[in-house]
Design a protein around this ligand. Structure first.
Ligand SMILES: *Cc1c(COP(=O)(O)O)cnc(C)c1O
Length: 408
């Protein structure tokens, strides 16, 4: 395990009489990852961060130098991003935008609205006109891409609340023509999540560009940008098998799409950016046996870390041994939290070398869709500690006993 994380957990352990329960974020690795993602992308491509994955202020601050902007999926996120990252370009997407949220977006100078329906386009037109402000608009389109398999991960090409069907486009174009306060800048597509297939993703990007080039001609539009969404997938069981960003970027380079079509192409990933920087840490409170199976009950649970429940998977983990003599040796154990529900399971029937009360269970890949998707108030347990390890705070060789500068 990352020595900086182990050192931070060592310090948390020393500070806690009631068992460690914390999120620890490695901002140095987040910074390195974001820098790498940006450096792989060819000319003509932009990178936005979908803040709904994890909008903690230090995460946004660490990402800011490597991102072209941020994507918000609600008025709340939009306000937060504007406060945290003033002056940065913002994108505002998602279904069910309120009039007040659209007005908020219209009032921000650097906010682009991703319109999800004809009704929303009409409301936005009215709001922009009454505010006497011009607003940059992308139409989110729900298209079918021939030859792309319909998988569980597919969010487009079938009935969804997201985006406009292609047959609504003539009406949308008409509405844009009648409302000069709306400036159509581009089209937005986000058809897949958990995508791990580079070849398929390259096909999708090409299909989006082909489609936009066609629409541009058919409707006489001056559209310069394609937002090709996020959804780059993580393999939680085998992180090395996650989406191959580098191969994808090399594939993009060969396609020369921006050069050939006079377009900018934008991505807005969330999970792939921040997932690896976060660790959820639970100290084992109790080890018990029930009908022949072992359970480790640890401090915290799915009310802090809903990811295993949301993904219906056994989350990977490390054991950070404490001083206690092991209760379990070479056994299988189910890792649970403190909630009075049988669903509070983080991993089932997992082999461990050794485990004792007082050991810490460390769940990696907890930096996206983790704390912020959890039902925190259920059972009124206190929240986890939030620890952000600043880049440069911990030399990689530091021994586990060393004091670490923690910002909690
Ligand atoms: C959630 C979302 C994203 C980010 O998805 P990831 O799977 O986290 O990359 C990007 N765009 C839209 C429209 C989204 O709803």
């Amino acid at each position: 395990m990352n020595p900086a994380i182990a050192a931070a957990i060592g310090q948390l352990r020393a500070q806690s009489s009631d068992g460690v329960c914390a999120y620890v974020y490695d901002l140095a690795s987040l910074q390195a990852h974001a820098r790498w993602m940006k450096s792989c992308l060819p000319q003509g491509y932009e990178l936005y961060y979908a803040a709904k994955a994890n909008a903690e202020a230090p995460v946004l601050q660490t990402l800011a130098p490597w991102m072209d902007g941020f994507e918000a999926a609600s008025g709340g996120e939009l306000r937060w991003l504007h406060e945290q990252q003033p002056g940065r370009p913002l994108l505002f997407g998602g279904p069910g935008k309120l009039d007040s949220e659209l007005a908020q977006a219209v009032s921000l100078p650097d906010c682009t609205v991703h319109v999800e329906s004809l009704g929303e386009l009409q409301r936005l037109a009215r709001i922009a006109a009454s505010a006497s402000r011009t607003v940059q608009v992308f139409l989110r389109m729900n298209i079918t891409v021939p030859g792309i398999r319909d998988t569980r991960l597919m969010m487009g090409g079938k009935p969804t609340p997201f985006g406009l069907d292609e047959d609504a486009l003539p009406q949308a174009v008409q509405c844009l023509r009648e409302n000069p306060r709306l400036r159509l800048e581009g089209f937005h597509f986000h058809l897949m999540s958990h995508q791990r297939d580079v070849a398929m993703q390259l096909e999708l990007v090409q299909a989006y560009v082909r489609t936009v080039v066609l629409w541009r001609e058919r409707y006489g539009l001056d559209v310069r940008t394609v937002n090709a969404g996020g959804g780059f997938g993580i393999d939680y069981a085998d992180h090395a098998n996650s989406f191959d960003w580098q191969a994808f970027c090399e594939g993009l380079r060969e396609l020369s799409l921006p050069e050939r079509h006079g377009l900018r192409i934008r991505f807005e990933p969330g999970r792939f950016v921040s997932v690896a920087c976060g660790y959820y840490v639970m100290e084992v409170i109790d080890i018990k046996r029930s009908y022949g199976e072992h359970f480790a009950v640890a401090r915290g649970g799915t009310h802090h870390f809903r990811t295993p429940a949301a993904q219906s998977h056994d989350h990977p983990f490390h054991v950070l041994r404490g001083d206690g003599a092991p209760t379990l040796l070479q056994e299988k154990v189910t890792l649970v939290g403190q909630l009075c529900t049988p669903k509070d399971v983080l991993a089932r029937g997992q082999a461990v070398e050794a485990l004792a009360v007082g050991d810490c269970l460390v769940f990696p890949l907890a930096g996206a869709y983790a704390w912020n998707i959890s039902h925190q108030n259920f059972l009124m347990h206190p929240p986890p500690r939030m620890v952000f390890l600043e880049p440069g705070a911990v030399p990689p060789t530091m021994p586990a006993s060393h004091e670490v500068a923690l910002t909690a």
